[in-house]
Design a protein around this ligand. Structure first.
Ligand code: ARG
Length: 545
C-alpha cells in the first residue's frame, strides 16, 4: 500500500502490532459504502468511464457481500479467520495445525468454519503456538500466495496481509475486478476514509441507541401507568422526605432518557458532514464535486476544512460522552432498584429471570443485572475519558494516535446496545410491593411539609410554620404517634391556628395534591405528565430519530 519509498522490511512483530484490521474489520459495510461514493465522485471528475464505474460499484458490492464472514459469532466463539489476522498467520495454517491436535473433533467444525469456545484449552495452546512462531519471525506458513483462487482462500490470503479495512477492501477489489481496482484510490487518502467510516458508524450507532432508549422509556411509562395512584416515599439525603406517586418517580427516569435522546440527536446533526474530498490533509488533488459523495452517503453536505475533517474526532467524543451520561442514568436506576429490592426496603421483588442464586448461601437471590448495569457505566466513562485524553494536545492534522480512538467507541456502542437489548424487558417485568411502599410513605412524618403548608395558607409565616410543625413532630416522636394521631387540643397548645380541618390537609391524598405545580407530584399533574410523556415518546418514533 505504501512500500514504494521503503528499502527495509518492517519488523515483523511491529508490523502485526500496528495493524488495526483485527478491530476495524467491522467497518467493512461503511468502507464499501464510502468507496462507492468516492467512485461516483471521481467518475464525475472524468477519472472513470461509465463502464468502469459500473464495474467498480459491482465489485465493491461483491466485496461488501463478504460481510457474513465477519458477522459476529455466537457468544464465546472464536473465528479462526480473525484470529489468523490477529496472529499474523493464515486460517489455513491454523486449520492444519488444529487438525493435527488430538483433542480436535467434529464438534469444532460448523459449516465452513472452525469454532472454538473461548474457554477451549485448544485455543490457548494455539495462541501460544502461533504467537511463538510470530516472535521467531516465521510469519505464518508463508503459503498464502499459493492458495487456489477461490473467494474463500482469497479472503483468507488478503486477511493475513491487510493492515486495515481500507487496505483489505482494495486487496479484495483487485481480486474481483483486477487492476481497475487501483484507480479507486485516485484523489483520496486513508485519513479521510477512516474519518468517513467512523462518522457512518457513529451515525448508525446513534440511531440504534436512540431507538433502544425510546423502548426503555415506553417500558417505564407502561409501568407508571400500571402503578396508578400508588405512593412511595421520596428521599433527600437518603432520608425519607415527602410522599410521591410511584409514577412520578418513574417519570423522573423518562426525563433523563429524553435528555439522552436529545443529546444524541443533537450530536448527530453536528457530525453529519462528509469528509470525503479532504485528501490526506490539504484537500483532494482532483477537482471533485464533494457534494456527490456527501449526498450519496446521506450526509447534509461536505465538511468545511480539510485539516479539521481529517483530524476531527469530536463526534466520537460527543457520542461517548452522551453514552457515559446515559450510562450514569441507567446506573442510578440500577442502584435504586438494588436498594429497593433489599429486605430492608422491600419495595420490589426482583424478577427471577434476571437474578441469580448464590453457590454458597441457598436463600440468596442476587440482583446481578442491576449490579452489572452499575458496573457497565464505568466502562462508558472509560471510553469517553480515553477519547478526551487522546485528542488533547494532538497537533493537526491526522496522527496515527487516532487509530486508538476506534476500540473504545466500538466497545461503548456494543455495551449500550447490549444493555438496551435487555433493559426494556426487565423494566416491564418489575413487580412492586405497593403495600410496603405505602406503609413507608405514611410513616415518619412525611406529611410535615403539608402540615406547614396548612399553617402558611392560614397566614403563618413559613419559617414560623416550620418551627410549629417541628414541635408537633417532637410531640409525636415522644409518644410514638404520627401527626394525624395527635389531638387537636395538643396541636392548639402549639398554635391556635390549628383547627379541625387540619386533619384533612395532611391525608396522603392532600399531601400529594398540595404539590399542584407543573412538574409536581399532585395526582392530576402526574396523570397529565404521564399522558404527555406517552405522546412525546410516540412522536419520537414518528420522527425516526
Ligand atoms: N488505520 C488507520 C486509522 O485507523 C487508517 C488511517 C491510516 N492513515 C495513515 N496515514 N497511516 O487511523
Amino acid at each position: 500500500m505504501w512500500s514504494g519509498r521503503f528499502r527495509e522490511p518492517l519488523d515483523a512483530v511491529f508490523e502485526q502490532w500496528q495493524r488495526s484490521f483485527p478491530f476495524d474489520v467491522r467497518l467493512l459495510p461503511q468502507e464499501v459504502a464510502a468507496s462507492k461514493a468516492h467512485a461516483r465522485m471521481i467518475a464525475a471528475a472524468g477519472i472513470l468511464t461509465d463502464a468502469e464505474l459500473e464495474r467498480m460499484i459491482e465489485g465493491l458490492d461483491q466485496v461488501g457481500d463478504i460481510t457474513p464472514e465477519f458477522a459476529p459469532l455466537e457468544p464465546g466463539m472464536v473465528n479462526p479467520r480473525l484470529l489468523g489476522a490477529e496472529l499474523g498467520t493464515t486460517p489455513r495454517s491454523i486449520r492444519r495445525w488444529l487438525s493435527r491436535q488430538p483433542e480436535f473433533n467434529e464438534s469444532h467444525v460448523k459449516h465452513t468454519r472452525i469454532l472454538l469456545a473461548k474457554d477451549d484449552p485448544l485455543l490457548l495452546r494455539m495462541k501460544n503456538h502461533f504467537a511463538i512462531q510470530a516472535n521467531l519471525n516465521l510469519d505464518g506458513d508463508g503459503a498464502c500466495e499459493e492458495f487456489p483462487a477461490t473467494t474463500e482462500a482469497d479472503v483468507a490470503a488478503s486477511m493475513a496481509h491487510a493492515e486495515d479495512i481500507h487496505h483489505f477492501v482494495e486487496l479484495q477489489l483487485s481480486k474481483v475486478i483486477g487492476p481497475l481496482a487501483l484507480k479507486l484510490h485516485t484523489g483520496r487518502s486513508r485519513n479521510e476514509q477512516i474519518a468517513t467510516d467512523m462518522r457512518l458508524f457513529v451515525r448508525e450507532a446513534i440511531d440504534a441507541t436512540a431507538k433502544g432508549l425510546r423502548k426503555w422509556a415506553l417500558a417505564l411509562i407502561e409501568l407508571a401507568e400500571q402503578a396508578g395512584d400508588a405512593v412511595m416515599p421520596s428521599y433527600t439525603h437518603m432520608q425519607r422526605a415527602e410522599p410521591v406517586l410511584v409514577a412520578h418517580w418513574l417519570l423522573a427516569y423518562v426525563s433523563m432518557i429524553e435528555r439522552d435522546i436529545s443529546r444524541l440527536t443533537d450530536a448527530r446533526k453536528r457530525m453529519n458532514l462528509c469528509p470525503l474530498g479532504s485528501g490526506a490533509v490539504a484537500g483532494a488533488t482532483l477537482a471533485l464535486d464533494r457534494a456527490i459523495a456527501a449526498r450519496e452517503l446521506g450526509f447534509d453536505g461536505p465538511t468545511a476544512n480539510s485539516l479539521d475533517a481529517t483530524s476531527d474526532r469530536d463526534f466520537l467524543l460527543e457520542f461517548t460522552q452522551a453514552l457515559a451520561t446515559l450510562g450514569g442514568h441507567i446506573s442510578r436506576f440500577a442502584e435504586e432498584l438494588t436498594l429497593y429490592a433489599t429486605a430492608e426496603f422491600g419495595f420490589l421483588d426482583l424478577p427471577e429471570a434476571y437474578s441469580t442464586g448464590s453457590s454458597a448461601m441457598p436463600q440468596k437471590k442476587n440482583p446481578d443485572f442491576t449490579e452489572l448495569l452499575r458496573g457497565k457505566s464505568a466502562r462508558l466513562v472509560g471510553a469517553t475519558t480515553t477519547l478526551a485524553v487522546l485528542m488533547k494536545g494532538l497537533p493537526l492534522a491526522y496522527n496515527k494516535d487516532l487509530q486508538e480512538g476506534q476500540e473504545p467507541v466500538f466497545d461503548a456502542a456494543d455495551t449500550v446496545r447490549g444493555i438496551l437489548g435487555i433493559l426494556p424487558g426487565f423494566t416491564r417485568s418489575l413487580k412492586f410491593n405497593f403495600e410496603r411502599m405505602r406503609t413507608a410513605a405514611t410513616t415518619g412524618y412525611l406529611n410535615a411539609m403539608a402540615a406547614a403548608t396548612y399553617l402558611s395558607n392560614k397566614g403563618v409565616a413559613f419559617r414560623k410554620a416550620h418551627e410549629i410543625v417541628g414541635n408537633a413532630v417532637r410531640l409525636g416522636l415522644q409518644s410514638g404517634r404520627e401527626l394525624n394521631e395527635l389531638k387537636i387540643e395538643e396541636l392548639r397548645g402549639l398554635s391556635d391556628v390549628f383547627a379541625d380541618d387540619f386533619f384533612d390537609a395532611i391525608t396522603m391524598e392532600a399531601t400529594l395534591d398540595c404539590h399542584d405545580v407543573m412538574g409536581g407530584t399532585a395526582r392530576a399533574r402526574v396523570r397529565a405528565a404521564l399522558a404527555e410523556a406517552r405522546e412525546r415518546l410516540s412522536s419520537f418514533a414518528m420522527a425516526q430519530v
